[in-house]
Design a protein around this ligand. Structure first.
Ligand code: NAD
Ligand code: TYD
Length: 350
């Protein structure tokens, strides 16, 4: 079978990658999607069973830091595009082990850039698309939004490593003419998110009658986006974004952590048939995260004005769908929280 494009998606067995791979494989049977993922604790092939036998899908277990492997993949598939998501993604883990973040996020991205540059000597239609985070912009006060012009001011090892990889991607465009695009997105939520992140952690703990750890005063603010809205934005930017540009992606959906946790408690009480207020009693304010960024909020008007993208799912519906998904997929939750997760949880929270 011949394909009109071969696309390398890295990190396709992780949370956002799962949604993106499914979307691309199903929507574009004319493209061959090659998913390269190391299957760390955060990657899970069982997320992708409904596309694993699709004729336009290939899975490769491997490391973005492995130069020989990448050379072989580029030689075999002559990629037309790279959509790069593979990363260490959790801020708390970056505080306890920054080196892993530098190695994967910075050195892994550099390795990928070098191989793409070597294979795309005189790029015509190719593109290298780096998926990044709004956390590179630092922290906001009570007002204001991050725009594409906001100066980078990363403040955690995670955001510093993503800022470093963004800078390398931009530098490869500027210095070598590599056809690159970057997008910086706010916090995603939805099915398949590993329960180290706030929303699935709260849902999992409610299911298990465990305390709900809220860092500090709980007044930290994040802008939450339904993960499939992010996947749709990535699809659009991959196809229509301008080379050399950056696009901010956001949900226009700011919530203080404590308000979000209250809402989730109430939704879970309803879904579990418990009386209202039951889950809220599990809330415990715990020691704050070191260097905790106070507020993130995205101005996504460039993406709206230039590419006509807007989030489609409203937050109340999205959070209810998320809670319901975790209840319907308790085996998934049990599988990912067995083994090493317990160690992580105990060392971090207990
Ligand atoms: P995730 O942690 O759920 O998944 C990361 C995936 O990368 C996993 O499947 C893992 O196995 C794989 N991986 C890790 N190291 C690898 C390596 N060395 N080689 C190959 N594969 C490797 O992350 P996510 O939440 O899906 O985030 C995906 C991307 O989007 C990341 O680059 C992240 O920085 C960015 N991002 C995430 C959010 C969010 O809210 N989750 C928001 C904005 C941007
Ligand atoms: P998280 O999901 O880790 O995303 P990020 O740090 O990348 O924004 O955290 C979201 C917010 O929730 C952040 O302000 C930290 C806070 N938080 C808690 O209060 N308790 C928790 O157990 C976790 C994991 C996060």
């Amino acid at each position: 079978m011949s394909f009109t494009q071969n696309i390398l998606i890295t990190g396709g067995a992780g949370f956002i990658g799962t949604h993106l791979v499914k979307r691309m494989v199903k929507l574009y049977p004319q493209y061959r999607i090659v998913n390269l993922d190391l299957l760390t604790y955060a990657g899970n092939l069982s997320n992708l069973t409904d596309v694993e036998n699709a004729p336009n899908y290939v899975f490769c277990k491997g490391d973005i830091r492995d130069h020989v492997l990448l050379e072989g993949l580029f030689a075999t598939y002559a990629f037309d595009g790279v959509i790069h998501l593979a990363a260490e993604s959790h801020v708390d883990r970056s505080i306890s082990n920054p080196m892993a973040f530098v190695e994967t996020n910075i050195l892994g991205t550099l390795n990928l850039l070098n191989v793409a540059k070597a294979h795309w000597d005189k790029p015509t239609h190719q593109r290298f698309y780096h998926i990044s985070t709004d956390e590179v912009y630092g922290s906001l006060g009570e007002t204001g939004f991050f725009t594409e012009e906001t100066a980078y001011d990363p403040r955690s090892p995670y955001s510093a490593s993503k800022a470093g990889s963004d800078m390398l991607v931009r530098a490869y465009h500027h210095t070598f003419g590599l056809p690159t695009v970057v997008s910086n997105c706010s916090n995603n939520y939805g099915p398949y998110q590993f329960p180290e992140k706030l929303i699935p952690l709260i849902i999992n703990n409610i299911c298990n009658n465990k305390t709900l750890p809220v860092y500090g005063d709980g007044l930290y603010t994040r802008d939450w986006l339904w993960v499939e809205d992010h996947a749709a934005a990535i699809d659009l930017i991959y196809h229509q974004g301008k080379i050399g540009e950056t696009y901010n992606i956001g949900g226009n959906n700011e919530r203080r952590n404590i308000e979000l946790v209250h809402y989730l408690c109430d939704v879970m009480d309803e879904l579990l048939g418990r009386s209202q207020g039951t889950s809220r009693q599990l809330i415990t304010f715990v020691k704050d995260r070191p260097g905790h960024d106070r507020r993130y909020a995205i101005d996504a008007s460039k993406l709206k004005n230039e590419l006509n993208w807007e989030p489609q799912v409203n937050p109340e519906d999205g959070l209810k769908m998320t809670a319901q998904w975790y209840l319907d997929n308790s085996e998934w939750l049990e599988a990912v929280t067995s083994g090493a997760y317990q160690q992580y949880y105990e060392s971090h929270y207990l």
